[in-house]
Design a protein. Structure first.
Length: 219
């Protein structure tokens, strides 16, 4: 066998050897990937479970039984709405042992106050017609509701003592106080006067549309 034939044979053998090594390496990679894939899947599932444990999604389960205690007809003319923001400080045990047993929070309350006139309180004698003039005595304006917007209200800061986990009822007390403070703030700002004026303006247009050329509201 001449040298050229030997060289060709050696090249063929080397190519066969290289192919065998590459094929074996690919098989090893496939086996490794097959072995790692279940571990990666388990790791992903474990990470998801840990995330759900640290940041759980609340589950709301309403009772299927509904009890209606009262049904009452209303004739309320809502004439104004106030949006009020108020900062409330609630605290307990703020004396000498406050650093140990105290609890204090700042609550930012965002609420809505609605006022108007209850037309159910309007009696027949409160309406009188004389010389084509309609005389009306409206009930006094009142606050119908003062409620918190829970999506916009929040605890801004809370400071508890070293030896206490805090008063579980403190935020509830702050929310209750916030509703009353929002109501008082709206009244102090003149919501009732505006509600009364808006009611007279609205009813005046209504009565004129019904054919009364002049409407006078008595105090």
């Amino acid at each position: 066998m001449n040298k050229t034939a030997v060289r060709i044979l050696l090249v063929i053998l080397v190519l066969i050897l290289v192919w065998a090594v590459v094929n074996a390496f690919n098989n090893i990679n496939d086996n490794i990937r097959s072995a790692i894939q279940p571990l990666q899947q388990i790791n992903g599932e474990l990470s998801t479970q840990v995330a759900e444990l640290l940041h759980p999604t609340p589950t709301i389960l309403p009772d299927p039984v509904t009890i209606v205690h009262e049904v009452r007809s209303l004739a309320r003319l809502e004439t104004i709405q106030y949006t009020v923001e108020k900062v409330i400080t609630a605290e307990v045990n703020q004396g000498l042992f406050g650093p140990l047993f105290g609890d204090k929070l700042l609550f930012v309350a965002h609420g809505i106050v609605i006022a108007g006139v209850d037309l159910e309180k309007l009696d027949p004698e409160d309406l009188a017609v004389k010389d084509d003039v309609l005389y009306v005595r409206l009930p006094q304006a009142e606050v119908f509701s003062a409620t918190l917007d829970n999506q916009k209200s929040y605890v801004y800061d809370r400071d508890t003592g070293l030896l206490t986990k805090g008063d579980v009822n403190l935020e509830t007390a702050a929310r209750q106080a916030a509703e009353e403070e929002i109501r008082k703030a709206a009244i102090e700002d003149g919501i009732l006067d505006l509600a009364q004026g808006n009611a007279e303006t609205y009813l005046s247009r209504l009565f004129r549309a019904l054919g009364f050329p002049e409407v006078i509201f008595n105090p």
